[in-house]
Design a protein around this ligand. Structure first.
Ligand code: DGL
Length: 257
C-alpha cells in the first residue's frame, strides 16, 4: 500500500504549483498528475460539470491504484471535494483560498482575494470567508482570462501584465496588505504580480500548506513511501509540449477520461 502513487489533478498546468511543493516535501513519493485540459477552465463551469469531471478523474486515479488524492485545484475543491469524500474511501487533500492566515496577518483590515468565479461563488468559500473575516474588508476579484494565459505559457507576457493591472485595480485603490491567490494557476504569475503590487503586500499561496497536510495524512494512515520519487504526467487532450517544457515537464501522455 505504501509504495502506491499519490494522484494529483487540476484543470491544467496550474496544479503543478502544488505538485512542486509536494515533491519538495515528499521526495520519496510517486505521483500521477492529471491535467484536465480538455475541460479547462473549470472556473466558468457549473458545479455539476466540475463534480462530474472530479469523479471521472478520481475513478481513473483509483484504477491506477492511487493511495491518496490531492485535488490541486481551488475550483474543484470548493465545488466537489465533499462529494468525492462521500463517494470514495481514500483520503483526499484539497486546496482553498487561504483567507484565514491573510485575515489574521492583516494590519490594514483590507485583504484581496483573486480566484475563479467558480470558487468565489461556492458555498464552501463563502462560509470560510464569513467565518474568518468579521470586521475586515475583503475585496474579491475574478481572475478573468488568467488561467488561459498561464495555459498558453504566457505568465510573464505584456498581455498578462495588462490583464492583471485591470483585474487588480479595485484592490489597488484600497489599502490591501495581503493578496490571497485562490487558484493554483496564479502562483505562476507571482513575478508579474510583484511588478504591480506595492512592496508591502504579502502574496499568500498555500501550496506548502497542502504539502504539509498531505504529509500529515500519509503519516496518519501509515502510507508514507520510502523509495518512490517518480512523477508521471497526463493530459486529457493533446498536450502542448512546449508549454509543459516551460513548466519543467519533459514527458506528458494523452489520456481519455
Ligand atoms: N487551477 C484551478 C483552481 O485552482 C482551476 C482554474 C480553472 O480551470 O478555471 O481554481
Amino acid at each position: 500500500m505504501r509504495s502506491k502513487p499519490i494522484g494529483v489533478f487540476d484543470s491544467g498546468v496550474g496544479g503543478l504549483s502544488v505538485l512542486n511543493a509536494l515533491k519538495e516535501m515528499l521526495p520519496d513519493e510517486g505521483f500521477i498528475y492529471v491535467a484536465d485540459q480538455a475541460y479547462t477552465p473549470y472556473g466558468e463551469k457549473s458545479k455539476e460539470t466540475i463534480t462530474a469531471r472530479a469523479v471521472a478523474i478520481t475513478n481513473w486515479l483509483v484504477a491506477q491504484d492511487c493511495k491518496l488524492i490531492v485535488v490541486a485545484c481551488n475550483t474543484a475543491t470548493t465545488n466537489a471535494i465533499a462529494h468525492l469524500r462521500a463517494h470514495f474511501s481514500m483520503p483526499f487533500v484539497g486546496i482553498e483560498p487561504a483567507i484565514k492566515p491573510a485575515a489574521l496577518g492583516s494590519h490594514t483590515g483590507v485583504i484581496g482575494v483573486l480566484a475563479t468565479a467558480g470558487t468565489l461563488t461556492s458555498t464552501l468559500f463563502q462560509t470560510t470567508s464569513q467565518d474568518y473575516t468579521q470586521g475586515l474588508e475583503v475585496i474579491s476579484q475574478v481572475g478573468y482570462g488568467l488561467v488561459a494565459l498561464v495555459e498558453k505559457g504566457k505568465e510573464a507576457s505584456e498581455a498578462t501584465e495588462k490583464q492583471l493591472r485591470e483585474i487588480l485595480s479595485p484592490m489597488l485603490e484600497k489599502p490591501i496588505d495581503h493578496l490571497v491567490l485562490g487558484c493554483t494557476h496564479y502562483p505562476f504569475l507571482t513575478h508579474t504580480l510583484k511588478k504591480i503590487l506595492p512592496k508591502h503586500v504579502t502574496i499568500v499561496d498555500c501550496s506548502t500548506a497542502v504539502a504539509k497536510q498531505t504529509h500529515r495524512l500519509l503519516d496518519l494512515h501509515n502510507l508514507r513511501n520510502s523509495s518512490g520519487g517518480t512523477a508521471t504526467y497526463y493530459s486529457t487532450t493533446s498536450p502542448k509540449f512546449d508549454v509543459w517544457k516551460s513548466f519543467g515537464v519533459e514527458q506528458v501522455s494523452q489520456v481519455e477520461i
